[in-house]
Design a binder for this molecule. Structure first.
Ligand code: NAD
Length: 246
């Protein structure tokens, strides 16, 4: 299979998009290390992959905390081998009106959504460079492209992810590493259902008139992680039913 012999890390993999991405990469042959704050959830997600014949381990880790990332990276290396693919998916996406948004809330969100991908790349990029091959896929959001009321911190963090992606891609373009982003539109996940979002009201405003499925995002990530995407770097692939057109 396409990703046989490759080790992948997916952050925020206990549920939603991260879980679907981990499932898809495992189906492509990768050995997947699923990281999440939610220990029980991530164990269940990894067990579902192994039950269907894939290779997966669960690591309980805060993907925004340097010590936890270092420990998770080491555990992954010891149990599966050198990491070739990193998917920075873990994020928080709360709605807070700007007047109620505090500096603490801003900093807490940035620590997960923007500093988290930075820290995970710091931990795992050296191994990719040593191997001369790596794939980094960062999950942004169509909210970074369109704006999102009551989500100034979230949209800013996800726009930051795009700038981070482009810059890292340019820096390592000659070293066998590609760095790309996927920007989902509305995708039906637990996270979206918990948000104060009128999913039914949104649908008619989207060209495809329906929310996306986690598998749609997983397919985009699988492409960007593939050997076929060898000449694709620094890009942001919108998977959004036409909600935002580049
Ligand atoms: N669902 C959508 O409509 C949508 C749209 C645009 C972008 N996105 C992005 O896609 C990604 C996944 O979204 P989702 O809807 O699946 O979210 P979700 O809330 O359903 O799942 C997020 C997962 O990340 C984990 N997590 C959160 N903070 C963490 C941390 N610090 N360390 C480790 N794990 C952590 C949670 O425990 C959870 O399992 C996020 O980056 C989100 O911003 C989602």
């Amino acid at each position: 299979m396409e990703l046989d012999g490759k080790v992948a890390v997916v952050t925020g993999a206990a549920r939603g998009l991260g879980r679907a991405i981990a499932q898809r990469l495992a189906a492509e042959g990768a050995a997947v290390s699923l990281w999440d704050l939610d220990g029980a959830g991530v164990r269940q997600a990894a067990e579902a992959i192994t039950a269907s014949g894939g290779t997966a381990i669960a690591v309980t880790a805060n993907a925004a905390e340097p010590g936890a990332i270092a420990a998770a990276a080491e555990e992954t290396r010891q149990r599966l081998g050198r990491v070739a693919i990193l998917v920075n998916n873990a994020a928080r996406s709360p709605f807070v009106r700007f007047e109620e948004l505090t500096e603490t809330t801003w900093d807490e969100l940035m620590a997960v959504n923007l500093k988290g991908p930075f820290l995970c790349c710091k931990a795992l990029l050296p191994g990719m460079l040593a191997a001369g091959w790596g794939r980094i896929v960062n999950i942004s959001s169509s909210s970074a492209q369109t704006g999102s009321a009551a989500q100034t911190h979230y949209a800013a963090s996800k726009a930051g992810v795009v700038g981070f992606t482009k810059s890292l891609a340019m820096e390592y373009a000659t070293r066998g590493i590609t760095v790309n982003a996927v920007a989902p539109g509305f995708v039906d996940t637990e996270g979206l259902r918990e948000a104060p979002v009128d999913i039914a009201g949104f649908a008619p405003k989207t060209p495809m008139q329906r929310p996306g499925k986690p598998e749609n995002i997983a397919a985009a990530v699988a492409y960007l992680a593939s050997l076929a995407a060898d000449y694709v770097t620094g890009q942001t692939l919108g998977v959004n039913g036409g909600r935002y057109c580049n």
